[in-house]
Design a protein around this ligand. Structure first.
Ligand SMILES: Cc1ncc(C[n+]2csc(CCOP(=O)(O)OP(=O)(O)O)c2C)c(N)n1
Ligand SMILES: [Mg+2]
Length: 187
């Protein structure tokens, strides 16, 4: 399952088009970030295949009480928590031009310790130390029979800059291929 905000957008933009055996769920509706974890647990509780949730930190925190159900019913959901310490999406929206309001009212950084929070619910937790380590943790999680959280810490302003560079690089390449239509000459 994909959470709202950047996870669903990034998946849309960057997921491989060649892996067709994935089944994707999401609560699109009005793009709410509430109830994401509960929905994913509901899905994982009735599926036989490994089920993953890719979520941002604020969406995860909104519904963190659902971890109690995860433990009580031993639901084997693998939660991939992308922690950029707030609503990173706002760094790429027009509101990012208003630094006076951006942090306090939109990004809302919290500095929460998700390791401690997750463990307080009795849920297994690991933090990925590198990309290779992340892949290894995901592979290991396949064989688990209970919920677990794999946290990835990211730097939101840095990611916003990488996205900008990526898209301007794409524009540059595309512009080289697009021949502008010839302007009509008046005789
Ligand atoms: C219930 C609800 N409250 C508030 C919002 C407004 N909102 C949209 S994205 C977002 C931040 C989400 O942060 P996170 O889950 O960490 O994802 P990120 O933007 O960092 O990818 C908020 C608060 C919403 N969509 N739904
Ligand atoms: Mg976030």
């Amino acid at each position: 399952m994909l959470s709202n905000s950047l996870p669903v957008r990034d998946f849309d933009f960057f997921a491989s088009r060649f892996r067709k055996n994935l089944r994707i769920f999401h609560n699109r509706g009005a793009s709410g970030i509430d109830g994401i974890l509960s929905t994913a647990l509901g899905i994982a509780s009735v599926k036989n295949n490994p089920t993953f949730l890719i979520t941002g930190d604020i969406a995860f925190y909104y519904d963190i009480n659902a971890l109690l159900a995860a433990r009580k019913y031993a639901i084997p959901l693998v939660i991939i928590l992308i922690n950029n310490n707030g609503g990173g999406i706002f760094n790429v929206l027009p509101v990012s031009k208003y630094p006076r309001f951006l942090n306090e009212y939109f990004i809302t950084p919290h500095n929460l310790h998700f390791g401690k929070l997750t463990k307080a619910f009795g849920i297994k937790y690991t933090k990925a130390k590198s990309w290779d380590n992340f892949i290894q943790l995901v592979v290991e999680s396949f064989s688990g029979n209970e919920a677990c959280v794999i946290e990835i810490k990211t730097d939101s302003p840095k990611s916003a800059r990488s996205r900008k560079d990526y898209w301007s690089g794409c524009n540059k390449i595309l512009n080289e291929f697009i021949v502008p239509p010839k302007t009509q000459q008046n005789n």
